[in-house]
Design a protein around this ligand. Structure first.
Ligand SMILES: Nc1nc2c(ncn2[C@@H]2O[C@H](COP(=O)(O)OP(=O)(O)OP(=O)(O)O)[C@@H](O)[C@H]2O)c(=O)[nH]1
Ligand SMILES: [Mg+2]
Length: 424
């Protein structure tokens, strides 16, 4: 089975905590604060690995959590920042955050996207020393890392795609044109997953995809052609393979229409892609008939029409040349495509806050910055609490509370923590 979808959970490492420490030296009885800062938590990055073919590895595990940052230490020692956690995906993986709408198109080997940043580390106590607080006995805690669910979808990156009914001879053509060796057999639905091959010329390489056969209403027959059309969306050329002498005696004109209708039905611009029409298995039909058919198809469709035989090799070089000719050269822009810019996502980001009276002598404050302040400090520690009060005053929260009727000693709830606020 070809795994082209996965859902993963990513979480950046928490930041390490800052530490409370005081200098200790022989002959120096009371040293100043020297507690180091915590390190940033590790990031989670999704990285393109060329050796991977599909997303099967995500069946075994779907949770990726980066390592937390080291805690600070005395003597102003910073906590360590761990290496980022790399999640490897094959080229052509599209990563989407369905909730926020972020999207990264990972197409080139080595390309990467940071999808969950580690939390920042807390500051050590030396940062909180002031003229009036020379021996701060508190430090900040590290913040949690970003976390989210992401969907991964693999879209094969082929320049040209072979499309047609089952048994039309698509895999045989791929084998004639490239070094790929897809399975070929005289029954329909031999190819059950897309196969890629590389067309080589001195100055250029193109990736050609053999797509499982399409049938009318294929969307109902799970796992076959229609589903794989999603992979062809990035193709810049389609080679429609039409059997000149179908085994089942069906009419090539109707067969052609069926496949074109499926392409239209799938949408996503497939119907508008440039086409080459290949009349396959030409060796099974007398040459005059091949000539006549080619002429008729040219008139009927206005397309470039090439009769081919995978059995004798007739028309194969022409088809190869036509593919090189019709696939537009990649523009510099498209080749150097970078992943979409990372929208920095911080839970509850923003500086604004709201104050609300929730009962007699009880208030609730909400706001990203205020929440982070609470996350950083342990208000059981009276010095920490005093610092939090200072910050609340500086941020205008105390004033807003007073405007809402707050009096010293009332209860205040911030980020789920209720405490008695008695700002001095
Ligand atoms: N005589 C002759 N037979 C061919 C030629 N091309 C393909 N065939 C035969 O046609 C049958 C189908 O060929 P495939 O290449 O497997 O066809 P396909 O379009 O990939 O079929 P699915 O994967 O089932 O969609 C096989 O028995 C091939 O040997 C050709 O040029 N000449
Ligand atoms: Mg096939």
């Amino acid at each position: 089975m070809f795994h082209d979808r996965a859902k993963i959970y990513v979480q950046g490492g928490a930041g390490g905590s800052g530490v409370v420490s005081f200098r200790r030296e022989a002959h120096v009885p009371k040293g100043g604060p020297d507690g180091g800062d915590g390190g940033r938590g590790g990031d989670v990055a999704i990285v393109v690995d060329q050796s991977l073919r599909d997303l099967a590895s995500f069946r075994r595990g779907s949770h990726f959590k980066a390592t937390r940052g080291g805690h600070g230490q005395g003597a102003n020692k910073h906590g360590a920042t761990p290496a980022r956690l790399e999640v490897k995906v094959p080229p052509g993986t599209v990563v989407v955050d369905p909730e926020l709408g972020d999207r990264w198109d990972l197409t080139e080997p080595g390309q990467h996207a940071v999808v969950a940043r580690g939390g920042s580390g807390g500051r050590g106590n030396r940062h909180f020393a002031t003229a009036t607080r020379q021996t701060p006995r508190f430090a900040e805690k590290g913040l949690p890392g970003e976390e989210r669910w992401l969907t991964l979808e693999l879209k094969l990156r082929a320049d040209a795609g072979l499309v047609g009914l089952p048994n039309a001879g698509k895999s045989s053509l791929l084998a004639s044109l490239t070094r790929a060796r897809p399975k070929v057999a005289d029954y329909p639905f031999t190819t059950l997953e897309p196969v890629l091959g590389t067309l080589e010329r001195d100055d250029r390489q193109l990736v050609l995809a053999d797509i499982p056969g399409l049938i009318e209403g294929a969307s109902a027959g799970a796992g076959l052609g229609h589903e794989f059309l999603a992979h062809v969306e990035r193709c810049r050329l389609l080679v429609h393979v039409l059997d000149l002498a179908p085994l089942d005696g069906s009419d090539p004109v109707a067969n052609h229409a069926t496949v074109e209708a499926e392409l239209r039905e799938h949408g996503h611009g497939l119907a508008g892609l440039p086409r080459i029409l290949t009349l396959s298995k030409a060796d099974l039909v007398p040459p005059e008939q091949v000539e006549k058919a080619a002429r008729e198809w040219r008139e009927r469709t206005g397309l470039r029409v090439i009769a081919t035989s995978a059995a004798t090799g007739a028309g194969i070089p022409d088809l190869r040349d036509a593919i090189f000719e019709r696939v537009p050269e990649e523009t510099a822009d498209a080749a150097g495509e970078q992943p979409a810019t990372h929208r920095v996502y911080r839970p509850g980001a923003g500086d604004s806050f709201s104050v609300e009276r929730v009962g007699p002598g009880a208030f609730r404050v909400e706001g990203g910055r205020i929440d982070r302040l609470m996350a950083r400090h342990d208000i059981e520690n009276s010095e920490s609490l005093r610092y939090v009060e200072e910050r609340l005053r500086a941020l205008g929260v105390i004033r807003a509370l007073e405007a809402a009727g707050f009096e010293p000693g009332d209860d205040v709830e911030i980020a789920g923590v209720v405490f008695e606020l008695d700002p001095g």
